[in-house]
Write a protein that binds this ligand. Sequence first.
Ligand SMILES: Nc1ncnc2c1ncn2[C@@H]1O[C@H](COP(=O)(O)OP(=O)(O)OP(=O)(O)O)[C@@H](O)[C@H]1O
Ligand SMILES: [Mg+2]
Length: 480
Amino acid sequence: MTPGIPGFAPRFPGVTLERLQSWLPTIITAAVVLVAVVVALVVASRLLRRKAPRAHWYLIGFPLLLMRMRHSWRHLCLNAELTGTDRPTAGQLGPLIVKGRPIMPVLPLLTRIRPRSFGATAVILLHPGQIPEPFVNAAEAMAHAWGVHAVRVDARLRGRVRLTILNADPLTSQRREATAGSTDPPRKPAAVTSHPSNTTTEPVNRPVAVPADLAAEVGHREDGQRWVIDLATFPHWLVTGATQSGKSTLINAAIAQWATRPMALVGIDCKGGMELAPHAPRLSALATDRAEAADVLAALVSETQRRMRLCRQRGARNIWQLPPALRPVPVIVIVDELAELYLVASRADKDEALRATTNLLRLAQLGAALGVHLVVAGQRVGSDLGPGVTALRAQLAGRICLRVNDEETVDMTLGDLYPDAVEAAQQIDPAVKGIAVTTADEAGWIRARSVYLSPEQLVAAIVATAHLAPVLPGLTPPGA
Ligand SMILES: Nc1ncnc2c1ncn2[C@@H]1O[C@H](COP(=O)(O)OP(=O)(O)OP(=O)(O)O)[C@@H](O)[C@H]1O
Ligand SMILES: [Mg+2]
């Protein structure tokens, strides 16, 4: 009988040295094949990732993430104290009531994990007695445990929290094609519209705005959706950002879209008109210093009062309820550098500033229903600009905070509405321009990045739409 391998025989009595030698070529071949398959898989995965990142994500990335999430869920819940219990956490020990952590905690259910183009979404079902706050606080722990860019926790649903898992930072990646340079073609001007609910109304021989015209797509959000500034949802917007953070670029993207629609654009640019001058052919008025701004804003206040009378006569609560033949064009007032309206150096300045800022505030208070909207941009918005600025801010429900240098401006822009967004805004990477934290109706707030239009693209968009600039009562178009 052939002797077994010393020390090996008791466990594998049939394995002899000769047999092992005869298997050796098969074992080596199997190992080589295995290594070759693994290498081929890695190379194929890398190629797929480069050539078709979306397919790679659905075929390889997401299944791996799913495994990681399932595998780490228990540890994550225990370490981040996300567990519940179905036993009492206090008990009687003799004459004492003793409180403690349950020995057998119950994990909340992580369910509905679905792949998305930007990463994944999932839902956590809470146990009775659990509140969403620890889950919001554990967002960073989840991102680390699952090796993803970020996890956003939406705690507005009852009894559950929804997770948005972002695979990578889509705002710093090169994937910009979605909206780059996408401006709508100008709408055909001859639309003869009759109002469906008012058949006695004369047909209108001019394009008539509809509420959908108020939405401008200005970039993309970190959840992969389009970033839309919609004046129908939030009638007025505040945009803050340090110099060179991307305010004008964002405004350009919005104007390029609104310019294609039957709307009036009014510029208030007290930096001598440097920022808004390229838009002049499409503007219905452009103020380049504070005195002009005060006049333009006063004329717009008179226009809102005229619209108010019109609505009252017709029993309409806003311009959208007026018949198309009577409906005035929506007006969007763009203020670039708010501080220039507020800061005063002399007594004469003070009266002028008061006139301009009071009219701006009146527009903010009256304008929404009357089709007058504000988009107000500034490098710094702080209480030192005067008490009026806080009153104005209260009317600007849409907020966009680009990279800013001082804490007060972040607080002023986001702190009153979205305290949890303040930190996100402070962490905006100065190296990547155009990133902002913005109001998002269904998500509360979200990070987003504007699309960049080159000066040539912007000029082309403005020239193509210059003929659509309406003349507003009491205002002279620039260059007229
Ligand atoms: N979304 C973006 N993508 C790429 N580049 C951008 C983006 N936004 C801004 N930039 C770059 O940053 C530069 C400065 O942007 P912009 O002029 O919009 O800043 P700003 O906030 O208006 O500055 P200022 O307060 O000095 O007027 C632009 O010329 C452009 O090169
Ligand atoms: Mg600017």
